[in-house]
Design a binder for this molecule. Sequence first.
Ligand code: COA
Length: 193
Amino acid sequence: MSLSFVLDPPLTDALRADIVALWTDVTNAGGAVGFVAPVTRDQVRPVAEAALAGVAAGPDRLLVGVDDGRVVAVLFLADNRFPLKAHWRVLKRVMVDPASQGRGYGGALMREAAAVATRLGLAGLQVTVRDGHGLDRFYRGLGFREVGRVPGALRIGPGDDRDELFMWLDLPQPQEAASTAGSAAASATSADG
Ligand SMILES: CC(C)(COP(=O)(O)OP(=O)(O)OC[C@H]1O[C@@H](n2cnc3c(N)ncnc32)[C@H](O)[C@@H]1OP(=O)(O)O)[C@@H](O)C(=O)NCCC(=O)NCCS
């Protein structure tokens, strides 16, 4: 894997176009990122631009995964815009280019987001998941747990209502992070031996 991550890259026209293209392709491959397939880039663009406006003006953050110069993974760390919820973020539009899925990129993207959030001193991360895609398994594998469910909240089409799942990840708090780093350093040392 030659994936690398950039937090809050410059929002150039080229990057904006790459994100719209990725979001469209992911949706049309069956992804659950705010739309139901089929969609066109023109339909995705205003929604993507609204999400990017929240990054350009703050307080949201954008994490991009790049492989061989290509944008292959994206997520937004969305601020709750509410002082009583300032200690956690919602991860939105978690997506990997269909051609690059199943190679560990999604997991790596999520671990990077958790590392960013830990550095920001946050207490937790939440994702909102469309039921029926098996996505809860992806998030459970990364330590998230289901903390809520709204039955039939999402009307995908006539006769196709899906539950909306709320999943949560507790982030290590400063003391825990320090002790985890300490034991990681210790095990790296012993692995060397
Ligand atoms: C969900 C997504 C980001 C995962 O990315 P990925 O690069 O394919 O995932 P990884 O290769 O890192 O897989 C990590 C693990 O999650 C599992 N997994 C990945 N996608 C899954 C899915 N849709 N359903 C069930 N399990 C899944 C993998 O099997 C793997 O399990 P393993 O560690 O036991 O082998 C990607 O499939 C995607 O972009 N989907 C479309 C967009 C979408 O629906 N996003 C979710 C918004 S809530």
